[in-house]
Design a protein around this ligand. Structure first.
Ligand SMILES: Nc1ncnc2c1ncn2[C@@H]1O[C@H](COP(=O)(O)OP(=O)(O)OP(=O)(O)O)[C@@H](O)[C@H]1O
Length: 272
């Protein structure tokens, strides 16, 4: 379980990025974090793994505090948090397998990380994860030979190799087409359910969030202005989160995506 208690971040510039944010994410729950640019979504995620130092408040993971730890304890704490990134953050010249194994680096000593000689357990775990994300046959390919969706699957397998207690997911589908985005979201949701993992997913795409998330938290100017089920995310709430102009523009873009995809599907059906 992840607990945020009155989390506040004011940058040195005076920007109030988070104002008194309190949230509890139970095991197995996937929370979609939405909000306009500058609402504080990245700051929230970075305060949880302490890439950004909160000004005030507490973060607790499975009951133990993340805030207020020294550097050594922080390293051990970060192992417990799996990160999944928009641009995948893979080492392009390494193989898929080596990228997944790099998820174990937080657990091994300097020499193993230098020579990259992982234990038999680590290797068999990595194969299991590659199988789970559907990439077994690509294990020995270089990461730069994969498609975007396949790369994100490697990113997911690498995060899971850490055996995390929490997943922080930053715009996982922003670089993917609509169909691949849905496949990746479905995979994430299934994996969190299977492993009883809590997750926070920073997500720009409101229709995608509505389709897949069990709970949505809406941020505006650093404050939580919505916290509830996707069904409760109606026009009024979305206008409150994004403002009328931005919300309508987002809606138009989503409709364009859907009709483009329907057109492609119709074309493909005609070809086959
Ligand atoms: N390093 C920083 N120094 C000063 N201010 C910052 C810094 N990082 C973010 N901010 C400010 O904090 C606020 C929240 O920014 P943040 O990046 O968390 O928003 P966001 O919701 O993730 O936006 P986006 O969707 O565009 O990534 C903004 O006003 C931003 O200008």
């Amino acid at each position: 379980m992840l607990e945020l208690k009155s989390l506040t971040k004011t940058y040195k510039t005076g920007d109030k990025a988070l104002v008194d944010v309190s949230l509890t994410v139970p095991e197995g729950q996937v929370v979609g974090l939405i909000g306009p640019s500058g609402a504080g979504k990245s700051t929230l995620i970075r305060c949880i793994n302490r890439l950004v130092e909160p000004t005030d408040g507490d973060v607790l993971l499975s009951g133990s505090p993340i805030t207020g730890q020294d550097q050594r304890k922080l390293r051990a704490m970060r192992r417990r948090i799996g990160m999944i990134f928009q641009e995948y953050a893979l080492v392009e010249r390494l193989t898929v397998m080596e990228n997944v194994l790099s998820g174990r680096l937080g657990y091994v000593g300097f020499w193993t990380s230098f020579t990259r000689r992982y234990s038999a357990d680590d290797i068999s775990r990595a194969y299991g994860l590659l199988d789970r994300v559907g990439l077994m046959q690509h294990a020995d390919k270089r990461a730069d030979a994969l498609s975007g969706g396949q790369r994100q699957r490697v990113g997911i397998a690498r995060a899971l190799a850490q055996e995390p207690e929490l997943l922080l997911v930053d715009e996982p589908t922003a670089s993917l087409d609509p169909k691949t985005s849905r496949q990746i979201m479905r995979l994430l949701i299934e994996i969190c359910a299977e492993r009883n993992l809590p997750a926070i997913v920073n997500i720009h795409d409101v229709p995608l969030a509505r389709q897949f998330m069990q709970r949505i938290v809406g941020l505006r100017a650093g404050e939580v202005v919505f916290d509830g089920a996707p069904d409760a995310l109606n026009e009024t709430v979305l206008t409150e989160i994004y403002g009328a102009e931005d919300w309508n523009a987002m809606r138009r873009n989503a409709e364009d995506d859907d009709s483009a995809e329907a057109e492609t599907a119709a074309l493909m059906a005609g070809i086959n």
